[in-house]
Ligand binder design. Structure first.
Ligand SMILES: [Zn+2]
Length: 422
């Protein structure tokens, strides 16, 4: 009984800290902790003061990620990470929940006066959102070693400020950023844990507080160009047309069917056509050119490959049916990043102990955790997201769900620290 009260008080402390941070870094439109700006620095100053009040110190790697280390009996380290930065007009939980819960994990061990069996490190990744310069997972991909100079050296914000200058303003330089993997390599990291708000409607639809995240989706993102012949809408009989839009529309409908076909209970996939551009875009002309986008995501690499192949076949059939040609252009792809089976088991146990159930779901959005998967066993936990909303001021996890989720995550941290220390 006493441990339950204790756990509940710990969760309340996390919620109180989150409220405090929200008050400090939000306005009437929501959170304003955009990376590399003054409010973000204020959030980090607040966090540093909290850490220092525990008698611990923060350390910044060369990509601007902020690390805190609490030495354990063993050097083998459990990493807890997420990001304090937000999108403009963002929510009060996206990102900072996962850092502030790490603060509580540290606080608990410090207050107990006992060294944890293994070392605990909390990391606040720099610029997860990419809200200002368009490159998300900036700090974690630098740390993971996947960030390329060519991805970022040309980037500017809407005001024309160059990323390299924003870095300089924050005491960072691109050469250093690209060497941040050296810092990670020196850490004997054996586990990475991340708590995040779901940002989607799945847990809410099941009325579950907390979810075990199976991994982050792989993504196939492409442009598809259809090319026919523009013609007069009054004089050109339908069988004689080469209508590029109709080929695109037929493809888009088939892409929806591909998504439905490969979705199974507990293993949903998604397919989206989010862009359509038509030429000449005149009410009295048959469209001669049409460009659409394709975004397909799945947790299983074979299924993703199958979905991609089927979308290509569908586009070729639609092109043939409409007497037009089709051409594909790759925008971006990433392979699925499934999480570690042992940590998944610990995560499931933790969620079940606190909430009585342990629903599993994949993550559609990418997270910093994806960058850690190649280097160490990784797992994530999700909190219920009211109305599935995120990246807006309405973002919320109702109190009861939030408290349970925080308790489940702190349980996972304890279990992992014990597991590595054993
Ligand atoms: Zn986030």
């Amino acid at each position: 009984m006493s441990t339950t009260i204790n756990a509940s008080l710990r969760a309340q402390r996390v919620i109180q800290d989150l409220r405090e941070l929200a008050t400090l870094t939000s306005d009437e439109h929501g959170a304003q902790r955009v990376a590399f700006g003054p409010v973000w620095r204020q959030a980090r100053d607040w966090y540093r003061a909290k850490i220092e009040s525990l008698g611990l110190a923060t350390e910044r790697d060369s990509a601007g990620n902020v690390w805190v280390t609490l030495a354990g009996v063993k050097e083998e380290s459990v990493l807890v990470g997420s990001h304090l930065d937000s999108v403009p007009n963002g929510g009060w939980l996206d990102g900072c929940l996962g850092v502030v819960v790490g603060l509580e994990a540290l606080r608990h061990y410090v207050e107990s006066g006992q060294k944890p069996p293994s070392t605990l490190r909390v990391v606040d990744w720099a610029d997860e959102e990419g809200a200002r310069f368009g490159r998300s997972l900036f700090g974690s991909s630098a740390s993971g070693g996947s960030l390329q100079r060519s991805d970022v050296e040309h980037l500017q914000d809407r005001q024309g400020v160059r990323l390299v200058d924003a870095l300089k303003e924050n005491g960072l330089d691109l050469d250093g950023v690209l060497q941040a993997h050296d810092y990670l390599k020196k850490i004997p990291a054996k586990a990475y844990l991340e708590l995040h708000i779901e940002q989607g409607p799945v847990l809410e639809s099941m009325n579950k507080s907390t979810g075990v995240v199976l991994g982050t989706f792989g993504v196939e993102r492409h442009k598809i160009f259809f090319s026919g012949q523009a013609a007069h809408s009054g004089s050109t009989p339908i069988p004689m047309r080469r209508d590029a839009f109709l080929a695109a529309a037929q493809t888009a409908l088939e892409i929806r069917e591909i998504g439905k076909r490969h979705s199974k209970p507990g293993a949903n996939v998604v397919c989206t056509v989010g862009v359509v551009k038509v030429e000449p875009c005149i009410v009295t002309a048959v469209p001669g050119e049409c460009e659409i986008s394709l975004d397909q995501r799945a947790l299983d690499a074979d299924i993703l490959a199958q979905m991609y192949a089927e979308a290509q076949q569908a586009s070729h059939k639609a092109a043939q049916d409409n007497n037009v040609t089709v051409r594909w252009e790759k925008l971006w792809t990433i392979e699925p990043r499934p999480f570690d089976p042992t940590l998944l088991r610990l995560c499931e146990e933790s969620v079940r102990e606190v909430t009585g159930d342990a629903p599993r779901l994949p993550s559609g959005p990418l997270h910093d955790a994806a960058e850690m998967v190649p280097w160490m066993p990784t797992v994530m936990m999700f909190a219920y997201s009211a109305n599935g909303l995120s990246h807006c001021k309405e973002e919320d996890t109702p109190g009861e769900h939030l408290e349970k989720t925080i308790r489940a995550f702190l349980t996972l941290v304890d279990k992992t620290v014990q597991h590595l220390g054993a």
